[in-house]
Design a protein around this ligand. Structure first.
Ligand SMILES: [Fe+2]
Length: 244
């Protein structure tokens, strides 16, 4: 397609901030090609920062609460947990560290995933997936995992707030979750990660280093987690049921 013919077609307003562009934007077609060229020149003059992607950058709904754990003990805890029990689930691969007292099924099936909402297609309409999980009932740490470091981790997290399900979640290399929102926020403790593993919360994207930190993620907002690296990403994730 020639430049001349492309001008006649609807194009984005390249001279303005595109943060407010939406699929339903009905503003007139911008045919000011000179303004677009000037904006492009300005952007080309700025070299992107490629170092900060290794760091955590806080944003709306994603913050670091503190560095409470030993990264080496987290790695050892993972090795110990994997020696006790393997990953369960298909879409979400998890190891359940907490359960509903007396209910061994609470570590399986939908309880590995849980209810969420997503906007999955070009209609932009929100739809519900899966079914609700009684988060506040997951009050018991699974006996066989008490010999791992994660028992200490769980007890510390319980001092931060009311904890529901506590799971180790595997994100395989070059994989992504759906773009979705959950009924409740989450605490994340990265155990194994790489710079290509990113969380996106409310359209703010950041890497979460596995340095012993606890991150609050307000997953009541739309979010995603993807692993664009070449090795697995494993986080301990604790739900924060909204009590009361
Ligand atoms: Fe989620």
């Amino acid at each position: 397609m020639s430049l001349q013919s492309s001008i006649a077609e609807p194009i984005a307003d390249s001279a303005s901030n595109t943060a407010h562009d939406t699929a339903s934007d009905s503003s007139p077609v911008n045919t000011d090609i000179n303004a677009g060229a000037a904006a492009l020149a300005r952007h080309l003059a700025n070299t992107p920062d490629t170092e900060s992607i290794k760091e955590f950058i806080p944003g709306p709904g994603i913050v670091r609460l503190g560095k409470f754990f030993d990264p080496q003990k987290l790695r050892q805890g993972l090795d110990d947990a994997l020696a006790i029990g393997g990953w369960r689930g298909e879409v979400v691969k998890a190891i359940s560290l907490t359960k509903i007292p007396g209910d061994s099924e609470s570590q399986r099936g939908n309880n590995l995933r849980g209810l969420y909402w997503t906007r999955a297609d070009e209609s932009y309409e929100e739809v519900q997936r899966e079914s609700a999980v009684a988060e506040e009932d997951f009050s018991e740490f699974v006996e066989e995992y008490k010999q791992t470091y994660f028992y200490e981790v769980w007890k510390v997290l319980c001092q931060l707030g009311t904890i529901g399900r506590c799971r180790l979640l595997l994100k395989e290399p070059r994989s992504t979750l759906s773009w979705h929102r959950d009924p409740e926020p989450r605490l994340h403790v990265p155990v194994v990660t790489n710079p290509g593993s990113v969380m996106v919360v409310n359209s703010h994207a950041t890497h979460l280093p596995a340095d012993g930190s606890v991150y609050f993620t307000d997953t009541r907002g739309y979010h995603n987690a993807y692993n664009g690296g070449e090795e697995p990403r494993i986080h301990l994730v604790a739900t924060l049921p909204l009590v009361g």
